[in-house]
Write a new protein. Structure first.
Length: 86
């Protein structure tokens, strides 16, 4: 995801964060800024997890980066929900 640049991170992160918040039913609690942050952090988390398993995330395209952000954002929101429940 490093090759996308800041605008790409914000665009993909925002869309992925918004979709992840819909999937995890946290959209009512978040605004657009938090969706973008969740998507970007989710992308970093997803990229890290994929690189641990040997997947080359640096040469991936837009779609792969989007699904990486989406998966990472869903995992992030799941972990946040676990912590907040307790």
């Amino acid at each position: 995801m490093l090759g996308l640049g800041i605008i790409g991170w914000i665009l993909i992160g925002g869309i992925a964060g918004w979709i992840a918040s819909k999937i995890m039913k946290t959209d009512a609690q978040q605004g657009i800024l938090l969706n973008i942050v969740v998507g970007i952090v989710g992308g970093l988390l997803g990229g890290f997890l994929l690189s641990v398993f040997g997947v080359d995330v640096n040469s991936a395209g837009w779609w792969f980066s989007f699904f990486t952000c989406l998966a990472g954002a869903v995992i992030l929101l799941f972990l946040v929900k676990l912590v907040v429940r307790r």
